[in-house]
Design a protein around this ligand. Sequence first.
Ligand SMILES: NC(=O)c1ccc[n+]([C@@H]2O[C@H](COP(=O)([O-])OP(=O)(O)OC[C@H]3O[C@@H](n4cnc5c(N)ncnc54)[C@H](OP(=O)(O)O)[C@@H]3O)[C@@H](O)[C@H]2O)c1
Length: 282
Amino acid sequence: MKEYAYLTRFMKSIKAGKQHTAFITGASSGLGDAYANALAQSGFDLIITARRKEKLEECKKVLEKKHSVSVVTIQADLSKQDDIGRLENEIEKSRNLCMLINNAGFGAMDYFAASPLSKVLDMLHVHVTATTRLCRAAVPVMKKNGTGYIINVSSLMAFMPLAGQVMYSATKSYIVHFSEALQQELQKSSIKVQALCPGFIATNFLKSPEYSESDSEALRMDSITMKPEKVVEESLLALKKRKVIFIPGMKNRLLYHILYNRPGLWLIKKIAGRMMSSIKQE
Ligand SMILES: NC(=O)c1ccc[n+]([C@@H]2O[C@H](COP(=O)([O-])OP(=O)(O)OC[C@H]3O[C@@H](n4cnc5c(N)ncnc54)[C@H](OP(=O)(O)O)[C@@H]3O)[C@@H](O)[C@H]2O)c1
């Protein structure tokens, strides 16, 4: 893995010589795995969670060997309330908790009324319920510790309500509003909240089973796709800043400003409508 001397120095200053733990959801691949690597390199102990136990165990082996940190793995499906409950218990027990990264997530490209209700609810639970419940468990622990960092992974799609992405853009937009309001409540504490809003990232996101019915790889635009390590580096360094919403990558920030004025969004809606016309509504 690339060495991030500057980042490592900053992350070590967060730890201030103490042993601290970072709790990361969706750490079995992509962005979550990159967060785990960057934080282990800075000496954080980790609690990592996802559904694929074998992937988590592989990560644990590599991270413990390379960085001499302690890594606990917990298999959990965040679409299930009982599994979220088990993670809440772990957070409440974790006395050294310094960082919570609500990263687990998935996308899907289909019509809202045509997608099975179970899939709709799964996304609601993974993005909204899990993020909310884990923050609710972590904030009291962080308050007690006097400090803490929460990164809730949203998306640029939070600002783009589009056909074919009804649940995705709505749930990611919840994460943005939730994080902003939570930070306001925590203004007087030393807890920092970030809503990370990336554009395309080179991960397996578009190859997940939920995207299997669409030609999702065709969606990705190489010129604005970022490496997960770069997104993580920018996200962690942005914890220094006061802003809650953080968009990694210059091109993404530019895109955000173009889209956020109405003509830009109108054009994107037209393109999305064309793409969706090849997908059956019933
Ligand atoms: N890649 C992009 O272009 C992009 C852009 C903007 C935002 N994001 C966001 O970035 C985050 C990370 O995605 P990624 O790009 O790293 O994709 P990824 O490689 O597919 O990783 C997704 C992670 O979420 C976990 N996950 C998915 N469903 C889960 C469930 N029901 N319960 C528990 N864990 C679950 C997966 O683990 P298991 O399969 O092992 O459970 C995996 O570790 C997501 O929140 C995504 O919305 C991605």
